[in-house]
Every structure is written in C-alpha cells, then in structure tokens.
Design a protein around this ligand. Structure first.
Ligand SMILES: Cc1cc2nc3c(=O)[nH]c(=O)nc-3n(C[C@H](O)[C@H](O)[C@H](O)COP(=O)(O)OP(=O)(O)OC[C@H]3O[C@@H](n4cnc5c(N)ncnc54)[C@H](O)[C@@H]3O)c2cc1C
Ligand SMILES: C[S@@+](CC[C@H](N)C(=O)[O-])C[C@H]1O[C@@H](n2cnc3c(N)ncnc32)[C@H](O)[C@@H]1O
Length: 588
C-alpha cells in the first residue's frame, strides 16, 4: 500500500548518552543539557509560568513546530504539574515523524527528573498515525494534539487562531529550511491569539525579519549553551473576546447526545439533555450490544484519516476515561473482498495494532477449527449501549429530561430559545441537535436504513472469546446470550427471514451443524447516514450557537466520542482535533 494514515515515518536517531541526534538531518534534537535548554528557551522564553498565574481564559494553547522526541512537551508538563490549574492546557505538536516508545526509553535514560511525566505519556498509548491524533489526559487538564504531516500542510490544516505561545524548534534553518519558510512563519502569526508569544533557539536574521514583518515584536537575547543568541517575541493586538457558553441544551439522548453531554459537563458547562422518548433504553442507541467497527479504508483519503482518528480516540475514551476493557476484535476473511482487505492491512506492518492469528490461536478464541484466516485487531471492544449512556449521563452538571419533544428554536442576540411540544420554552447559551433521523429536517442528504439483531442463548453454541466481524458480526455471550447482527433493510417493515439468514450463516461458519439453535430475542433499530459516508459534526448553517451531530450510520461507537470532542471544541473555541480539510466534510 502506498500512503496510508497508519503508514508512518519514524525518527532516525543516534544517541551517545545525553545527546540524541537525527541521522537524516545531521543535527541534534537538543543540546547536552536538554531539560535546562527546554526550560530556559521555551518555557521561560514564553514566560509561561508567569502568564499561567494570571491567565483568565478556559484553555491555554501552545503550538510547537518540531514536536520531535517530545522533550519540550514533557518539560511543559513538568512545569504545568507544579500547581493545581484552574484552566486547561492544549498542546499542538507538529512533526512529520512519529514518536515511538523506544524514543521515550532514550529520554528516560537521559532525563531521570522527567520519569513521572514520561510514565504519564507512556500510559497515553499514543497510536502514532499521520494527520491529527488527539490525546486527552483529563485528570491533568491536558490535551495533546499531535499533527503528523509536513509542517506546511499541518499548519494550513489548523482550524482556530487561538495559539497563545509558540515553540519554534525545527532543526537548524540551514539544514532544515522547509521548517522555516516565509509561509510557515506567516501562518504562525496568523494562528496566534491576540497576546501570543513565541520563542526559538535560533536567531538567524532571515527568520527574525520574517517574524517582525508579520507583526511580532522580536527580541534577540543570549542563547543557551553553545548558541550565542536566540529570539523571543510577542504579538499585541486588541482582544476579541468571544462569548462564553455556560449552559447548553442537547436534543436527543442517543450515543451522539450523551457523549456530547459528558464532554461538555466535564468542561464545567451545565447541560440539559432532552429526549422525546420516555426511557433511555429505547431508540436506536438502546440496543442490547454494540461493537466497534475496525474496517478502515485502504487509502489516504480524508475519510480514511477520519476513520483512523475517530476509532482510536473513541476507543481510548472508553478505556481510559470510562473504564471499559479493551477486548480486541477479530476480522474474518470470509469472502474474497474481506480476505484482500486483511492482506492489505497487514502490508502496513503495524504489528502493534494487527496480527494474523494461527489456527490454534483461532480455535482457542472461537472454539471451532473451521475458521482459518482471521485478523486480530488488538485495539477494540464491545459494550452495552445502555450501560454506556448511563455512565455518560450520571454527571452532576447533566440534567436528563425525558418525554419532551422539541419542535423549534430561535436565536436572539447571544441566546437560543428552544420550544417543545408540551408548551415548554427555555433559553440557553447554545444548542446541540443530536436527534438522529430528526436531522433530516436540516439536511435532505441524510438517508435512513433499518436493521435487526438476533439473540441466541444456547450454552453449547458460539462460545467465542472475542467479537468476530465477517458478513455482519457475532458477539461473545453477555448474560448468557450471543447477539448476531445485523441486517440492512430499506423499510421499517422488518423481514424475519433476513435476520434468520444471518444467524444461519454464523451457524454454518461455526461448524456446529448438528446442534440446533433458536432465536430467543430480536432487536430492531434505525441507522442514519449521509451520502458522503461521513458523519456530521458542525454548526447549523446560518446559526451562531447551534450545532449538530448525526449520520453515524453503523459506526455509532467508533464515532460518537470523537464527534463530541469536535463539537465541544468548536463550542468552546478550542482547537478542533481534526484538520480543516476533513472538518469541512463533516458539515451538515
Ligand atoms: C441493528 C443495528 C445494529 C447496530 N450495531 C452497531 C454496532 O454494533 N456498533 C456501532 O457502533 N453501531 C451500531 N449501530 C449503529 C448505532 O446504533 C447508531 O449509529 C447510533 O445509535 C446513532 O446514535 P445517535 O445518537 O446519533 O442517534 P439516535 O440513537 O437515533 O438518537 C437520537 C435521539 O434523538 C431523539 N429525538 C429525535 N427527535 C427528537 C425531538 N424532536 N425531540 C427530542 N428528542 C428527539 C430520539 O428519540 C433518539 O433518542 C447499529 C444500528 C442498528 C440499527
Ligand atoms: C530540533 S527537533 C525538535 C525537538 C523537539 N522539540 C523535542 O522537544 O524533542 C526538530 C524536529 O523537526 C521535525 N521536522 C523537520 N522538518 C520538518 C518538516 N518539514 N515538517 C514537519 N516536521 C519537520 C523533525 O522531524 C524533528 O523532529
């Protein structure tokens, strides 16, 4: 396979103890006394600790050109953790190469004082993929957004101009000129907040002049270690204060609405979440079981980048924030197309994510010897959507209002007035519409399909240890029942023979042909998808503070937490964890 989001370039390093250098650029990542250099040049060069003391916003954003081995990030974390902070820290690290665990081992040896920060970073389980990878560490109020692209593309892909401090840390401009072009330096200024700052180890005249011409105030100061000079600078512009959102209404308590509610409530925003149904267990997000869907695209298209970013962000959220277990998933090459897909995925050589299991291993996981070629997707899970929604909505900042059908809204000045069928009207700072099929009122490009799942409770059948995807899926027993899904139907006029067909197929695959089975339980729901096969996460056109999430199709679990992060970032004027190009494709 040519380019793919999971096909990454690693740093080509050489090390002699304290100093780590790049073989490609014949330059060092940092000087011998790297921690002191990082602290003096970047933290103190931007007056970070002092500025944090008096910062009045809700999120301070740092942008780094040349994330490299992450030393500056770790040093920043070290200083951030010295105190309890009342606001959040976003750190956007741009680099065209990926940081690997073995790089962190080198840092551990060189910087024993950063052991705690390195351990926190290791725990994050960074996947390492091209494009935007968003890593949230909510307990520390830190969000790291790694942008793995060439700097020019990366910087053009950043959505919001709110960067409060820049670390300009490419290699030596003479050896690495593409990191320091006029276009890049102009973008640095344009993406800066009104009182932003920058600092850099270099003082090369061309760079100093470009930053000055763009509008920064630039100062040449004594350099660190072997460098004679370095530069620091500030931007001073009138502050355009945006309107702060304190209370929001969410319409629809499905996977989309519940994830958004949790995300916003965790940012101390008060949430009222409404649903027309009278019980959280009803509706399309009330199914008995759901599994993540790891069928990634095989190209480097925006959709492919979205699928990867969304899948791994969402998985990490379920595991790290909500405490669900990573079970892994199996993908069976049950026909030629799936077989080819598996072969191509294996050419990515991401042994950390995918492996082909041998026959014995498969038999152990599935209890039968008939299944021969199945891919083990090491990161993935299945869960009960109702349990998930309850975990998300049990939050002191969330109020659930059921049996309340919304009919219209109106925006006036900075408020949104929401009207319900019961006659209730309430005013909010913002509104998010997550009404599934209801979003068709705003976009006739959405289509609805219907589906069924079957529950089978036979203790001698389907004793699998991991979900298996093939033509549909089968999930390990939960409370004694295996769920087999799912059908795709054009109307809500469900045909029982369709789901019976799926069950028969599984029965045939699993080879227990002599053992009979019976469908004990059936579940029916609807899926809403957009024609471009991507979900929706955007503002409602023409509105100021009205957003929407929808069109999750069959991938509700793999999308909902990521779409919530995107919309929550937009609501709070924070960086969107996704490139501009892809974000535009998620418009309603
Ligand atoms: C058979 C089947 C199997 C599936 N299996 C999986 C799976 O294994 N893994 C997976 O990831 N996904 C699966 N899905 C897809 C998943 O269920 C959906 O992607 C997900 O539920 C969509 O969530 P949502 O919140 O966007 O929409 P919904 O769940 O439809 O939520 C919208 C909510 O808005 C409410 N609402 C609508 N209009 C109004 C109004 N006017 N006022 C107030 N409230 C309103 C509705 O009552 C509803 O509760 C499956 C779907 C089906 C049908
Ligand atoms: C001096 S090192 C950064 C050290 C890093 N700040 C740290 O704390 O470990 C410079 C980095 O710039 C990256 N780089 C060089 N050219 C680039 C380009 N054109 N686009 C993106 N990154 C680039 C290199 O991969 C390298 O990691």
């Amino acid at each position: 396979m040519n380019d793919h989001p999971l096909k990454v370039e690693h740093h080509n390093t050489t090390s002699d103890g304290g100093s780590i250098a790049s073989k490609d650029y014949e330059d060092r990542y940092f000087q011998d006394n790297g921690f002191d250099e990082s602290k003096e040049v970047y933290i103190d060069g931007n007056d970070l600790e002092e500025r944090w003391e008096s910062f009045s916003g809700s999120c301070f954003t740092i942008g780094e050109l040349g994330f490299g081995l992450g030393l500056n990030f770790l040093t920043t974390m070290h200083c951030w953790l010295k105190k309890e902070r009342s606001f959040n820290l976003d750190y956007i690290g741009i680099d065209k190469k990926i940081l690997e665990k073995r790089n962190l081992v080198l840092l551990e040896e060189a910087f024993p004082n950063l052991k705690k920060e390195i351990n926190i970073f290791k725990e994050c389980d960074v996947v390492g993929h091209n494009g935007f990878e968003c890593i949230s560490i909510p307990d520390l109020k830190i969000r790291l957004i790694l942008v793995t692209e060439d700097v020019q593309k990366a910087i053009n892909d950043i959505c919001i101009s709110n960067i409060d401090a820049w670390f300009l840390d490419g290699f030596d401009p003479k050896k690495n000129p593409e990191m320091w072009t006029e276009d890049v330096l102009k973008a640095v200024f344009d993406l800066s907040s009104s009182d932003s700052s920058f600092s850099s180890f270099t003082s090369v005249g061309r760079i100093r002049r470009a930053l000055l011409e763009n509008g920064f105030e630039v100062n040449k100061v004594p350099g660190f270690g072997t460098k004679r000079h370095r530069i620091v600078g500030r931007k001073f512009e009138e502050n355009k204060k945006s309107n702060e959102i304190k209370k929001i209404a969410i319409l629809g308590a499905g996977l989309s609405g519940s994830n958004l509610a949790f995300n916003l409530a965790n940012s101390n925003i008060e949430v009222d979440i409404y649903d027309a149904l009278d019980d959280l267990s009803k509706g399309s997000s009330g199914g008995p079981i759901a599994s993540m869907y790891p069928k990634f695209s095989l190209d480097n298209s925006p959709r492919s980048k979205f699928l990867i970013a969304s899948y791994f962000f969402s998985l990490n959220f379920y595991i790290k924030t909500l405490g669900f277990e990573n079970t892994g998933l199996l993908f069976y090459g049950s026909d030629e197309i799936k077989d080819k897909w598996i072969s191509k995925i294996l050419t990515l050589r991401r042994d950390d994510l995918f492996e082909l299991l041998n026959d014995d291993e498969l038999e152990d996981l599935l209890g039968v010897s008939e299944i021969k070629k199945a891919l083990h997707v090491k990161k993935g899970l299945f869960l009960q959507p109702l349990e998930l929604k309850k975990k998300l909505l049990e939050h002191r900042f969330i109020k659930i209002i059921l049996n309340e059908k919304f009919v219209s809204f109106a925006e006036e000045k900075n408020k949104v007035e929401v009207h319900f069928k019961s006659g209730l009207s309430k005013s909010y700072d913002a509104l998010a519409v997550c009404t599934g099929k209801g979003l068709k009122d705003f976009n006739d490009n959405l289509k609805v399909s219907y589906g069924q799942m079957a529950g089978i409770s036979n203790k001698d059948l389907f004793n699998i240890k991991m979900p298996l995807n093939h033509q549909g899926y089968i999930i390990p027993k939960v409370n004694g029942t295996n769920w087999i899904g799912s059908t795709y139907e054009q109307s809500a006029d469900f045909k029982k023979e369709n789901i019976e067909e799926k069950v028969k197929l599984n029965h045939a695959i699993f080879g227990n042909k002599d053992m009979s089975y019976e469908i004990q339980d059936l579940w029916e729901g609807e899926r809403v998808s957009a024609k471009n096969n991507l979900p929706i996460a955007s503002k409602i056109p023409g509105a100021k503070n009205i957003y929407c999430i929808g069109g999750l199709g069959s991938r509700g679990l793999s999308y909902a937490p990521f779409l919530a992060e995107i919309v929550s970032s937009a609501i709070q004027d924070k960086q969107i964890p996704l490139g501009k190009e892809i974000f535009t494709l998620l418009n309603i």
